[in-house]
Design a protein around this ligand. Structure first.
Ligand code: UD1
Ligand code: CA
Length: 454
């Protein structure tokens, strides 16, 4: 049976009080709509149709590379209207599954069982039992327990409103039948909208069986209408991320203080301390320890490396058995070799720090290639920018750069060279020799400090 998915995402999301269309707000670092799309894609349907409207340009731009059929709903006349617009491009021989763009935690497993709950001759609804059914549509059943129709909260009598079984909005229905029902919808209701939910009464009147199915987890059906709900779902999502990692053998010092906004691949016995934020694609080797308050974005950290607290590491690769931080910043293009140490208040950009080299205190290393076993003293700055262009610094193996040195690029420090503290090195320093630009120290005999005038 051919399956096609319709995702409703045209609504404004007034209660977000945002200039950003609701479905572009992020959960786990990805737009809400991306979550619904991923759940849909997992079912490998023959087509996905996204009904969009509010913030149309921004939504299209955010998903420019996603292969879906876009259905523009210029004015939002209700869920029935939205699905009807999408149906123009749906194969009448298919089964249609309706999702919402603002319900991001739905699982493919639940969607699969919902789609399997009906064939091309029936309808399946995803329903839930809520102690406080709020504004959800109510599922009405007859004496024999068969679904008879759905009534929206605003149209419900007090007795109907008391029903605790609610419509989650997810449903599966055969396209041909759906087409027939959608054209018969009317706006004669409390909200003056075309309710998709009215097709249920029509189906029942035609003798079509309406099956119901429950989600595997209660949080799957939660939608986002406000910032509070967004934050609530973010925590649920992060808890799942944390559980998965712990099941894979990662130690999380506190799963409630861990945020994954991308993909994390971990080796064996990785330890992640509190308040760590992982973004983009991050890979941690065996026995890596990530200290508290670290931000890692698109980074690779080799086995046995310790990232001490309060570092920001972005688009950088750190080798095995390194020590980084506390308070280090590795910027794009930083490549730290095995066994190297990057200490506090050290910034590294577009540079290679060779194996076993140490840059331990207060330094800026930019556009630089550092060889093996180099020691870079405190306060060393590579002056890579002349105000117009960037230039490279090369520091060869076993060199020793004295504290507070300025290396004015382009410049090379030869292998085994020593640079005296406080030097400004603007010409190449030969291998194996001591180079320094420091003025000689002198003392003035008998010099007296000035005294304050009376
Ligand atoms: C709808 C259901 C209700 C269900 C609830 C679950 C109807 C009539 N009611 O109510 O039974 O309990 O969802 O959350 O279907 N949308 C469009 N175009 C429109 C209108 C809505 O794309 O013209 C999209 C929205 O962006 C949203 C989804 O459809 O993603 C649901 O719309 P919403 O207004 O939240 O539906 P409710 O009235 O809450
Ligand atoms: Ca809603």
């Amino acid at each position: 049976m051919k399956l096609e998915v319709v995702i409703l995402a045209a609504g404004q999301g007034t209660r977000m009080r945002s200039a950003l269309p609701k479905v572009l707000h992020t959960l786990g670092g990805r737009p809400l709509l991306a979550h619904a799309l991923a759940a849909a894609e997992a079912l490998t349907p023959s087509a996905i149709h996204v009904v969009y409207g509010h913030g149309a340009e921004a939504v299209r731009a955010a998903f420019a590379r996603t292969r879906v059929r876009w259905v523009h709903q210029a004015e939002q006349h209700g869920t029935g209207h939205a699905v009807r617009l999408a149906m123009a491009g749906v194969d009448p021989a298919s089964l249609v599954l309706v999702l919402y763009g603002d319900v991001p935690l739905i699982t493919p497993a639940t969607l699969r069982t919902l789609a399997a709950a009906t064939g091309l001759d029936g309808v399946a609804l995803l329903t839930a039992e809520l102690d406080e059914p709020g504004n959800y549509g109510r599922i009405l059943r007859d004496g024999a327990g068969r679904v008879t129709r759905i009534v929206e909260r605003k149209d419900a009598s007090p007795a109907e409103a008391a029903v605790k079984e609610i419509n989650t909005g997810f449903l599966a229905a055969p396209a041909a039948k759906l087409n027939g029902w959608l054209v018969k919808l009317s706006r004669a209701n409390a909200q003056g909208e075309y309710y998709l939910t009215d097709i249920i009464g029509m189906a029942v009147a035609e003798g079509v069986v309406v099956a119901t199915h429950r989600p595997a987890h209660p949080w799957e059906i939660l939608g986002i209408n406000s910032r509070e709900e967004l934050a609530h779902l973010e925590r649920i999502h992060q808890k799942q991320n944390a559980s998965q990692l712990m099941q894979q053998g990662v130690t999380l010092r506190d799963p409630a203080r861990f945020d994954l906004r991308g993909k994390l691949k971990c080796g064996r016995d990785v330890v992640i301390d509190v308040n760590v934020v992982i973004e983009g694609e991050v890979e941690l080797g065996d026995n890596v320890v990530i200290g508290p308050n670290n931000v890692l974005r698109d980074a690779r950290i080799g086995a046995g490396t310790i990232i001490h607290p309060n570092c920001v590491i972005e688009k950088a690769a750190v080798g095995c058995d390194c020590r980084v931080g506390p308070f280090a910043r590795l910027r794009p293009g930083a490549e730290i070799g095995d066994g190297a140490h990057i200490g506090n208040f050290v910034e590294v950009k577009k540079s290679v720090v060779g194996p076993g080299s140490k840059v331990n205190h207060l330094a800026y290393i930019g556009d630089t290639t550092i060889g093996k076993h180099v020691n870079v003293g405190a306060g060393t700055i590579t002056c890579n920018y002349d105000g117009a262009n960037k230039h490279r610094t090369v520091i060869e193996d076993n060199a020793f750069i004295g504290s507070n040195t300025a290396l004015v690029a382009p410049v090379t420090v030869g292998a085994g060279a020593t640079i005296g503290a406080g030097s400004v090195i603007a010409k190449d320093a030969p291998a194996g020799e001591l180079t320094l630009t420091r003025a000689e120290q002198r003392s003035i005999k008998g010099w007296k400090r000035p005294v304050k005038k009376k």
